[in-house]
Ligand binder design. Structure first.
Ligand SMILES: N[C@@H](CCC[C@H](N)C(=O)O)C(=O)O
Length: 266
């Protein structure tokens, strides 16, 4: 039996979205990985499954390209708000509120966590400036915006060899649940960001990466809120003050609707 899916993206960070609110789907890491495969499946950075929720309008579950289930996805949150009209999403990273503003969608992620065991790290460290380095990347800030992130501020993010440094940082034993790796520069008050995503590698944009980096930059007084975050796939605007939720605004694009026989991938 075939199932409908939606191919969507937020700034080129692309998703396969399956609405399983009325007809359940049993998703497994192997099935998510097979569907995400760009040669043998549909192809996406993240697989998104929508389920019924008792605490929000929709429950959103997220699997990375490697088939691992994770807590949060900022760009997919905007896509799900655009697709369903939901005003609230239940996610593993907390409740996300959303709304549409003209051509853009804004989502509000729960306030960030800075405690070492909430990121999480393997052992206590000062999360504002970890005493760790990998080649030219040193002393990142570690935080959770629903999912775990490291933020490195560098002179020029374009010069960093993220395809080789990203995997070794992601898999470092200091991060028991692995970690998303952001390298950023602040130029004329704007953030310029590249993200190595846990479980998906280099993507054209990472919404939670943009939020984590904006929070780190505002907390360290490198820029002011609201701040524009430029990534290869486009620009997001992030608004945050200490103690507050993190608001992220940008586009959410529906590319096409298709049908797929899930049993053929089992
Ligand atoms: N692309 C997403 C983040 C997806 C999850 C991330 N790779 C993780 O493992 O936490 C975004 O837009 O936030």
């Amino acid at each position: 039996m075939t199932r409908q899916f939606h191919k969507m993206h937020g700034l080129g960070n692309d998703f396969v979205v399956i609405d399983a609110r009325e007809q359940p789907v049993t998703m497994t890491p192997a099935l998510a990985k097979a569907l995400a495969d760009r040669h043998l499946g549909i192809g996406c950075d993240q697989l998104i499954l929508l389920e019924p929720s008792t605490t929000a309008d929709v429950k959103m579950r997220i699997w990375n390209h490697d088939g691992g289930e994770v807590e949060s996805c900022g760009n997919a949150s905007r896509c799900v708000v655009a697709l369903t009209g939901a005003k609230s999403l239940e996610t593993g990273g907390g409740k996300v509120e959303g709304g549409t503003f003209g051509a853009e969608v804004e989502v509000s992620l729960p306030p960030p966590h800075f405690a070492w065991d909430e990121v999480p790290l393997t052992y206590p460290m000062d999360t504002a400036r970890l005493p760790l380095a990998w080649g030219p990347l040193e002393h990142p800030m570690a935080l959770s915006v629903g999912n775990p992130h490291l933020v490195f501020f560098v002179d020029d993010e374009r010069t960093i060899e993220l395809t080789s440094l990203g995997p070794s940082i992601e898999h470092d034993p200091a991060f028991p649940e692995r970690i998303n790796v952001n390298v950023a520069s602040v130029r004329d008050g704007d953030i310029h960001l590249r993200t190595w995503e846990r479980g998906s590698g280099l993507t054209l944009a990472c919404g939670t990466g943009a939020c984590a980096t904006a929070v780190a930059a505002i907390a360290q007084k490198k820029t002011n809120s609201p701040v524009k975050v430029h990534m290869r796939g486009g620009v997001l605007t992030v608004t945050w003050a200490p103690g507050d939720p993190i608001r992220m605004r940008g586009t959410a694009t529906h590319v096409f609707t298709g049908e797929i026989d899930l049993a053929a991938f089992a």
